[in-house]
Design a protein around this ligand. Sequence first.
Ligand code: PEP
Length: 260
Amino acid sequence: MKKLYFGSNLKMYKNRKETVLYLQELAELTKDISREELHLFIIPSYTSLEGAAEETDRSLIQIGAQNMCWEDQGQFTGEISPLMLKEMNLDLVMIGHSERRHVFRETDVEENKKVQAALKHGFRTLLCIGETAEEKEYGISREVLRKQLIVGFHNVSPAYAKNIWVAYEPVWSIGVNGTPASPDYAEEMHKVIKECLYELFGESGNEIPVLYGGSVNPGNANELITKESVDGLFVGRAAWNAKKFNALIRDVRKSYNNQE
Ligand code: PEP
């Protein structure tokens, strides 16, 4: 069975104690699933990161940060440097989540600086991309995704491709008011993304996993994973209860196995 990727961004939910308990429960519930077939990662809030990193069995669950500054140090009040994240021995850094782009107005050029810094510092880098409802309406989803990838990975050598993951999260699909993308639409966009990654990185681009995120739930997860270009699921609300996330992971794996 191919390795499937499952992850969740805890956003600004769960304090340190809740995060550690959640991670321990999730690790316990999923520990019988071979990590040759499952890549599981969780991205807690900054204040929970240290506890999460120290108290989680990292062979079962990888831990990542939600954002990062591109500079090592300096006059950047409120930012967190790659060196500070390195002290916590994290596995990955997420860059360009939809809320960073649209609530905090981060640009593709800034995401590129962060991507370059994260890769330079040895972090696995998860770049999130996705078009808005308006961009979809104008029929420019493909162009938007390509621009986010081309600028986001500007000046990134193919040698780094093994440390890159991409999450496709259409802005209109995320959160309580989101409408999940249909599995066919997700597949179409994942194909565009994979073609672009090949253009950017050559053969090594084919190895970059592309995850779908945006209102993934027990009702749509199984069909999404059967799509050829969907390598994993990046889940928000439906993952924040360890038992429910475990059940979703198991169900999805079963659907995937059945179609193989
Ligand atoms: C997200 O915010 O990245 C996300 C995927 O959230 P949800 O699954 O809750 O839509």
